[in-house]
Design a protein around this ligand. Structure first.
Ligand code: UDP
Ligand code: MG
Length: 314
């Protein structure tokens, strides 16, 4: 086995990707072999229910010097799967990639070219996105919200084909973040971020692992994880409502004193009351998002549990 330092680590989260893994192996390894730098590939099996883990183990047996497999006992989500691999990377440069071949492995050299040119963070953006209209639209919307509320500037936050210099990865791991969106977190540690357009294909087989619910969770992680803007926006709204209600009280008091009591306005009042109540509920929900996260950090719960790591001894 070579004793040269590992120069490149490829990190791939895997959740029920059994039909895609053979093609992934067949396309990924030749690209990496042709780079002429020592590399490793770290797969995290994120609690797959299919034979993904068996395929990953077989791949480790076939290429033990360059393949490492982390096996989670349960499903902790894509970003935690990536985080577990980040804790173990040995390479000077780290590239993340999806296992479903939506990010063509053939695009990796593009990212590396920008890293070699001096960037410490290279984000891919999908040139022609191959996802459903709903996903693309929701993504655009959240991209807009993010760009307006945080100082994170990226064309396509959802693209997981990205390259990072090692110090950034180490900072991400040290941050101990639990609910997080890795591309955005890493961005906050970058000093010279760059971007490059990459191909995007349709999922080779199977369907997206992101349910509507999981997508909402993820985007809450993105927005609440990096900005207090929603909370501040709510405070502003609450202030405006309080001001409006105060004026209303003044108007009603005036009418009562000088024009006499009126019963017809009762239902308007109900309407206003319900509206204010709904504003309160939204606010409580938002506060809950932050409190929930604080709670998770405070009780310093384990982020995930690794059942087994299969890799060659260094
Ligand atoms: N993934 C994971 N854990 C999950 C969901 C997804 O490790 O709970 C992996 C999945 O195997 C794939 C990547 O994350 O490699 C992206 O997932 P997917 O293709 O389902 O998401 P989409 O492309 O629809 O955003
Ligand atoms: Mg996908």
């Amino acid at each position: 086995m070579s004793t040269a330092p590992v120069r490149l680590s490829i990190v791939i989260p895997v959740f029920n990707e059994e039909p895609n893994l053979p093609t992934l192996f067949a396309r990924l390894y030749p690209v990496l072999d042709s780079l002429g730098r020592r590399y490793e590939v770290i797969f995290t099996n994120d609690g797959s229910a299919d034979r993904s883990f068996a395929l990953l183990s077989a791949q480790h047996a076939a290429r033990p010097d360059v393949t490492r497999v982390i096996d989670f006992n349960a499903n902790y989500g894509q970003h935690m799967a990536i985080m577990a691999a980040f804790e173990k990377v040995r390479g000077e440069v780290v590239v993340t990639l999806d296992a479903d071949l939506q990010n063509p492995p053939e695009e990796i050299p593009k990212l590396l070219a920008l890293i070699d040119a001096g960037h410490d963070y290279v984000g891919g953006f999908r040139l022609k996105r191959q996802d459903s209209f709903f996903r693309t639209f929701a993504s655009k919307l959240i991209n807009y919200v993010r760009s307006r509320t945080t100082s994170i500037e990226m064309t396509d936050q959802g693209c997981m084909l990205r390259a990072y210099r090692r110090p950034i990865i180490d900072a991400v791991v040290r941050s101990g973040a639990i609910n997080t969106f890795i591309p955005a977190l890493a961005y906050t540690f970058a000093s010279n971020p760059g971007e490059v357009g990459v191909q995007h294909d349709e999922r080779l087989a199977g369907v997206s692992n992101y349910s509507f619910y999981k997508l909402i969770r993820l985007n809450f992680d993105l927005i609440t994880g990096f900005t207090l803007a929603p909370l501040q926006l709510f405070t502003m709204l609450a202030l405006a409502c309080a001001g409006g209600s105060f004026l209303l009280v003044l108007v009603l008091a005036y009418r009562r004193l000088f024009l006499g009591a009126e019963a017809e306005g009762l239902f308007t009042l109900f309407g206003i009351l319900f509206f204010l109540l709904s504003v309160c509920m939204v606010g409580i929900g938002l506060i809950g998002e932050y409190v929930g996260r604080t709670y998770l950090v405070v009780r310093s719960r384990q982020r995930y549990h690794v059942r087994e790591v299969i890799e060659a001894k260094e």
